[in-house]
Design a protein around this ligand. Structure first.
Ligand SMILES: Nc1ncnc2c1ncn2[C@@H]1O[C@H](COP(=O)(O)OP(=O)(O)O)[C@@H](O)[C@H]1O
Ligand SMILES: [Mg+2]
Length: 300
């Protein structure tokens, strides 16, 4: 079907392999937010977008799905120029893009299952039976099968994120956009969500853009990152090269993040120890002959 508002552009488009191409994006509200931002995201790739609060990270995601229109610059998704699409065209590309908003944004008056079903009805023509199967598969993917009949208010913060994630992937997107997926979660839950993002990428081959101000999350989910500051990408490349950068802002940013990271690592190590203890309770039980023996062996 040809939509009346859909413009066609045969001259330009993403490079082969680039799923998303962002070219010289600029947008000003009260003041310039993005001044000149370009980025390619390839099939199956995860890229982290870092930057302080208010640097336009959420704005960037909204631009990609056409919830905002840039003042200048272009965005391509597959063969389509998002920035030239009308509402019908945008609805079409949004069926290929999953968006995990900052608040999980589930409808409070519906169960988790109903939330997922509504999303499928909106974005697909699937009959009820197939929708049911897809809902079960998506919930299984995020290990939330048992919550299908629960109301959002009955879920913990981490479970809400998982439910929101299940809703995003139930339409089987080619691209996932995550807006601060681990913010507001305790470090253990945060790292389990970060690990889930990796699983989705590896098992479903979904490309992802992960907006975060949390460096540990960025390191878990991706190798490549872009750092935004004052409207520009002040860094783009391998995360491991971030530390090598001479940029003064990046140094300050990394120093602040490093403290977070150390705290995060400490908590993770404690979790691993606790997990090892439950898997091997005898080794952890003090006072029994075997327990003491094990302790001694560990010490020597
Ligand atoms: N729809 C909007 N209208 C006006 N200003 C906006 C709008 N969306 C975002 N902004 C402004 O743009 C700047 C960047 O916002 P945002 O992308 O949410 O930052 P963050 O990097 O924390 O996600 C902020 O100053 C914000 O107030
Ligand atoms: Mg934001």
């Amino acid at each position: 079907m040809i939509h009346p508002f859909q413009h066609h552009n045969h001259d330009q488009g993403p490079k082969p392999n680039a799923l998303v191409r962002i070219e010289h994006l600029a947008i000003t509200f009260d003041k310039p937010v993005l001044r000149d931002v370009s980025l390619d995201i390839h099939k199956g790739e995860t890229v982290a977008v870092l930057g302080k609060s208010g640097t336009g990270k959420s704005v960037l995601l909204k631009l990609i799905v056409g919830l905002l229109t840039p003042d200048s610059g272009k965005i391509f998704f597959k063969d389509k120029e998002v920035t030239a699409l009308g509402e019908f065209g945008l609805m079409d590309i949004r069926s290929d893009i999953g968006f995990l908003f900052q608040g999980a944004a589930l409808f409070d008056s519906m169960t988790v299952g109903q939330n997922l079903d509504l999303f499928l009805v909106k974005h697909t023509d699937l009959p009820p039976k197939e929708r049911e199967q897809k809902i079960a598969a998506a919930l299984e993917m995020v290990q939330l099968q048992e919550a299908i009949d629960k109301m959002p208010s009955e879920l913990s913060g981490g479970m809400k994120k998982r439910a929101g994630l299940a809703r995003s992937i139930v339409i089987e997107p080619e691209l996932m956009l995550y807006d601060e997926p681990t913010t507001g979660l305790d470090p253990v839950t945060a790292s389990s969500i970060a690990e889930l993002i990796v699983t989705l990428q590896q098992q479903l081959g979904i490309a992802s853009l992960v907006v975060t101000h949390d460096l540990p999350t960025a390191f878990t989910v991706s190798d490549r990152a872009m750092v935004l500051n004052e409207g520009y990408a002040i860094f783009e490349g391998e995360l491991k090269d971030l530390e090598k950068s001479e940029d003064a802002f990046l140094h300050e940013y990394l120093a602040a993040s490093r403290l977070d990271r150390e705290r995060h690592d400490r908590i993770l190590r404690a979790r691993e120890r606790a997990l090892a203890a439950t898997q091997n309770p005898k080794a952890a039980t003090k006072g029994t002959a075997r327990g003491s023996e094990t302790d001694v062996k560990v010490l020597t």
